[in-house]
Design a protein. Structure first.
Lengths: 119, 107
């Protein structure tokens, strides 16, 4: 069935970087955007950006433009999100999700990856 | 970015009740409005897209309406499995997707 499987939880120190992976299966990886959305503990959903797995083109949210790098490996059907210069308020669950290339209706989500930033 | 404001932030109801959640956009988003349901410890799930279209498998007791800047999600005949947090999301500005702050529906 269609699914997005994310990498496991991670703990990082302030100032470090984290890279989260998202492996797609059950559908054509290059036919859908992959979005990254995060959720701090007890908080709402925050969109970080998207990547077009077909072209590799990215659209990061303005807030994260300087710190987020989204990439993909089409041979592995996997997307990656790297967030640099981590701070304590980056502690959150990071979700990957997909939408059709012609819109932003997010119809499939990964289970999320908890990233904890702590000294 | 387009700001999305939901009300109320939380809501208490009982099984069998009818409830309505409101979502307001800071500018017209026409009908580019989607609703998601999230249960504790789980990923969000698409519930309603383009204002009023139910995602496959979503019961008919979920009803979405609105256009422009004002939207509602109504849930009739509340069931136990409906108690969750609901988020609206605008997909008009695809380079700056934004969500409402969420509405927690409690028993």
């Amino acid at each position: 069935q269609e699914q997005l499987v994310q990498s496991g939880a991670d703990v990082k120190k302030p100032g470090a970087s984290v890279k989260v992976s998202c492996k797609a299966s059950g559908y054509t990886f290059t036919g859908y955007y992959i979005h990254w959305v995060r959720q701090a503990p007890g908080q709402g959903l925050e969109w970080m950006g998207r990547i077009n797995p077909n072209s590799g083109g990215t659209d990061p949210a303005q807030k994260f433009q300087d710190r987020v790098t989204m990439t993909r490996d089409t041979s592995l059907n996997t997307a990656y999100m790297e967030l640099s210069s981590l701070r304590s308020d980056d502690t959150a669950v990071y979700f990957c999700a997909r939408s059709p290339l012609f819109g932003a209706i997010i119809d499939l989500w990964g289970r999320g990856t908890l990233v904890t930033v702590s000294s | 970015d387009i700001q999305m404001t939901q009300s109320p932030s939380s809501l208490s109801a009982s099984v069998g009740d009818r409830v309505t959640i409101t979502c307001r956009a800071s500018q017209s988003i026409f009908t580019y409005l989607n609703w998601y349901q999230q249960k504790p410890g789980k990923a969000p799930e698409l519930l309603v897209y383009a204002v009023s279209n139910l995602q496959s498998g979503v019961p008919l007791r979920f009803i979405g309406s609105g256009s422009g800047t004002d939207f509602t999600l109504t849930i009739t005949n509340l069931q136990l499995q409906d108690f969750a947090t609901y988020y609206c999301q605008q997909s008009f500005n695809t380079l700056g997707i934004t969500f409402g702050q969420g509405t927690r529906l409690e028993i």
